[in-house]
Structure formats: C-alpha cells, structure tokens
Ligand binder design. Structure first.
Ligand code: 8X3
Length: 251
C-alpha cells in the first residue's frame, strides 16, 4: 500500500523547482495532488508530463497576489477534487540579485511580499476555511510551509535579498502562531527550511547567467529539489502525535 493513499495535497508553485519534485514524489506515494502556478502553460505542460502511477493530479492557474483568485481557485478545488488534507505552501521567489534594497523598485519588493507571504496566508486561510476546518469529523491535516535558511539568519555576505529574507521570516512567524492557534484541532503546522538548492530560483536571480549562478554554489555542494521533497514527505508521514515543527536541511 502506498504511504499517502487516499490523501490529497495542494502544492503551490507545484510545477517548478522544489514544487515539481514535491508533486512527483507525493503523487508516487499515492497522494492526489492539486498544483497551482502562475504560468498556465508551464503548469499544464508539467501536468501532462506527470507519471501516471500513484494519486490523481489537477492543476489550477492562480496568481497568489490576487486574493480573489486564490479564494475562487480553492473553492473550485473544493468542488472538483477530493478534500485537501495536506497543504504545502511552496511558491516563492527572490528578486534579481543586481541591486541593494534602496535601488530596487518598490513594486517589485511588494510583489515578493505578496507572493511569498501574503499569498501564502491567503491560500492557508482559504484551505482552512473551505477544506480543513469545515469537515466533520475534523480530518487529520498537515500544513507545511517551505521557508528558507534566510527565514532564520541574515546572510554572511551581501545578498540583495532584503525582501526575500523578510518574507521568509514572516512565513516562520506566521507558522509558529498558526500552530498554536490550531492546537486542539487535528491540524499541524510545520516548517521546512532549506539551505541552498540547485533550482531555477538561483538561475533566475542571476538573470540566467551560468557563471554567476555557479558562483552561488561555489565551495558547497548544493542540495537538489528531491532532497527537500523527501524531507517534506517525511514530515507528512509522521503519525498525528509527532510534529516535526522544523526540518532544516543545509548544504
Ligand atoms: C534560498 C536560500 O541561501 O540559497 O532560499 O539564498 S539561499
């Protein structure tokens, strides 16, 4: 029997980087997967490429910066898919690493906050409201928020990531409070805190310049997306009494 048979996970940012590894691994473990992403073409191409084995898969395009779109998307999932009992808030990005905070465009800074933090709270709010908290009896539920080492410590060198760090610190604060608010329910709130992972996240930050991207990884052996997915699966597989509230995986 597959470990997550009969369970259903919503994975934000599910078609790229860590998200695609999560989607493939959870599906293979028997979990139904509902993936969201802002790029509809990329999302649908990825959906078609998924292996057939394991759980079923759905994809919903959604701009997490738009709360109305988030609510509509989660309500649509409530109608068309099995009830969500796992939410993996994975979607997130950082600005191009070419300027310090005071030289960044504030619209771009706000956009990072809107996807990484406000969007994460909107999805969580809607999933709790329309799925996890409304069902009787209360189902067992797990929310995993993908943070980052930057959600915990300032960089040792200049990183041009003020908005990204701030958003991830917010994700951790939100997770820690929500965990307490949900004590007494069957829903646990967990954090997964990766270090440097070799994904498009870094290529994009360096405007797809391979040399600059490689410099990010220099002197270390970066993690790969599957490493984080395996850690996240481990958190979700634990029996109800065990909350791995923080899983930090560094290079
Ligand atoms: C990204 C972490 O340290 O690779 O979440 O910039 S780092």
């Amino acid at each position: 029997k597959l470990a997550l048979n009969g369970q259903t996970a919503m994975i934000t940012g599910g078609s790229g980087g860590i998200g695609s590894a999560l989607t493939i691994l959870f599906k293979r473990a028997g979990c139904n997967v509902i993936i969201t992403g802002s790029n509809e073409d990329k999302l649908n191409t990825f959906l078609k490429s998924l292996p057939t084995e394991g759980g079923k898969a759905w994809a919903f395009a959604c701009d997490l910066r738009n709360r109305q779109q988030v609510n509509t998307m989660v309500q649509k999932a409530a109608k068309e898919c099995p009830p969500i009992n796992i939410l993996i808030n994975n979607a997130g990005y950082a600005l191009t690493a070419n300027a310090p905070f005071w030289e960044q465009d504030m619209d771009n800074v706000e956009s990072v906050m809107d996807v990484n933090l406000n969007g994460l709270m909107s999805v969580t709010h809607a999933v709790l409201k329309y799925h996890m908290m409304t069902r009787k009896p209360q189902p067992k539920g797990t929310i995993v928020n993908i943070s980052s080492i930057t959600g915990h410590q300032a960089p040792l060198k200049e990183s041009f990531e003020a908005s990204y760090h701030t958003s991830k610190m917010g994700v951790e604060g939100f997770s820690n409070v929500l965990r307490h608010e949900l004590v007494g329910t069957n829903i646990r709130v967990l954090i997964n805190r990766p270090g440097t992972v070799r994904t498009e996240f870094h290529s994009r930050r360096h405007m797809y310049d391979p040399e600059k991207t490689e410099a990010t990884y220099a002197g270390a052996c970066p993690l790969v997306a599957q490493d984080i997915a395996v850690g996240c699966l481990y958190q979700c597989l634990q029996p109800e009494r065990i909350s791995i509230v923080m899983l930090e995986m560094l290079v």
